[in-house]
Design a protein around this ligand. Structure first.
Ligand code: BG6
Ligand code: MG
Length: 215
């Protein structure tokens, strides 16, 4: 049987850090008197730090100097890092450890395709670093999600074709990235939002039965 791989997103798939990104972005937007709501949040899920900041400034019709841009990005990241201090295995979403166990016992490779430069720290806090055969370096990927680059980077590291990989994502931009890469896309969240996904589950519970075992 051909080798298979599962490539996970991190924030909102493995742990609920998507909510912490939202809180930190909303705080920054509020400090600039720019409205920021759930719809903005959906758009920014999976989107890199500088691109997200550009979206918020654009929404507020604001132009800032390069120095201010760097300082705003730094502030958001500082707030985010404060929120993830103390992240621990109790913050894993339900079903994630079972998914890792199933993948290991069935000989699949496991990769991470997170846009977050904080991913290594989050994995360490969750004590799951060793579950991954390869972790993409977000800082080394030229085009962020919805471009397919980060998922293709993981497939390349494994020496696999896209058709041998399942991607798991909670973000609209992430599902687009997986589909553009030519992979099978499992969405975690709301099927009415993740319309491009091949299958959508409310949580990672059920991944082994409803996704991996039928792939
Ligand atoms: C993604 C998150 O995983 O990482 C986004 O969904 C976030 O919300 C992006 O903006 C970049 O994260 P960081 O930690 O590098 O600012
Ligand atoms: Mg995500």
């Amino acid at each position: 049987m051909a080798q298979k791989a599962c490539i996970f997103d991190l924030d909102g798939v493995i742990t609920d850090t998507a909510h912490y990104h939202f809180l930190a972005w909303r705080r920054l937007a509020q400090s600039l008197n720019i409205p920021f709501d759930e719809e903005d949040n959906h758009r920014l899920k999976g989107v890199g730090r500088m691109e997200s900041l550009a979206y918020i400034l654009d929404k507020g019709a604001r132009t800032v100097s390069d120095d201010e841009l760097a300082s705003l990005a730094h502030q958001k990241n500082k707030d985010y890092q404060d929120l993830i201090t103390g992240i621990s295995p109790t913050d894993l979403l339900p079903g994630i450890l079972d998914a890792f166990a199933w993948l290991k016992s069935h000989g699949w490779l496991v990769g991470l395709a997170s846009a977050s430069r904080n991913a290594p720290q989050v994995l360490a806090g969750l004590k799951i670093t060793e579950q991954f055969d390869y972790v993409a370096d977000a800082g080394a990927i030229p085009n962020g999600k919805p471009a397919p680059d980060i998922f293709l980077d993981v497939a390349k590291a494994f020496g696999l074709s896209a058709s041998q990989c399942v991607g798991v994502e909670d973000a609209v931009a992430g599902i687009t990235a997986i589909k553009s890469a030519g992979m099978y896309a499992a969405g975690i969240g709301d099927a009415a939002v993740l319309t491009e996904a091949d299958i959508v589950l409310p949580t990672p519970e059920g991944l082994p039965e409803q996704v991996f075992s039928i792939f």
